[in-house]
Design a protein around this ligand. Structure first.
Ligand code: AMP
Length: 157
């Protein structure tokens, strides 16, 4: 059972069970069943232009491993993504001339994830403001900072 599993109405009198782990559109792109504007591919990674870009050159970098969120990603896929991201970013910068860019990676619907297959956005930021707009409202680090850091550190394996 996945937290995105749900029942949905396919017809007036027919309920079907939709698995949250059901295939995403990115799985079909990986298999070549849906076209994309490919910018990079290796054994574990695919990158292609976002179909609704925030700015020119907005690219998605995805592992071929079909997991929804980054905490589920294998070490091998994570390493492959880590190797590919800077290379793809350099290509985007070279072609677009953008002076800056954001790398965005959403996990979970509440965090704005719409496609439940891990993906990194590389979003050029231009001098005219085109690109990612960020609403960043920091809170104060509480007095439990030491405990919090130690607790998280103890869970990192
Ligand atoms: P997110 O909100 O992080 O899940 O972003 C999903 C992104 O996937 C959005 O920016 C969409 O525009 C993009 N997207 C969805 N379908 C496609 C597709 N077929 N080809 C390219 N990009 C897509």
């Amino acid at each position: 059972m996945d937290h995105r599993d749900r029942w949905t109405a396919r017809a007036a009198n027919e309920l079907v069970y939709v698995s949250g782990m059901a295939e995403t559109i990115f799985a079909k792109i990986i298999r070549g069943e849906i076209p994309c504007h490919k910018v990079y591919e290796d054994d574990r990674v695919l990158a292609f232009l976002d179909v609704n870009p925030l700015s020119r050159g907005h690219t998605l970098v995805i592992p071929k491993e079909a997991v929804a969120t980054i905490d589920q990603l294998s070490d091998d896929s994570a390493a492959a993504i880590g190797r590919a991201l800077p290379r793809i970013a350099r290509g985007i910068l070279a072609v677009t001339g953008a002076p800056a860019y954001n790398v965005l990676q959403n996990n979970g619907a509440a965090a704005h994830q719409a496609v439940f297959h891990v993906h990194f956005h590389i979003i050029p930021k231009y001098d005219d403001g085109a690109g990612l707009g960020i609403g960043w409202k920091p809170i104060r680090l509480g007095d439990d900072g030491n405990d919090l850091a130690a607790s998280i550190a103890a869970q990192v394996r």
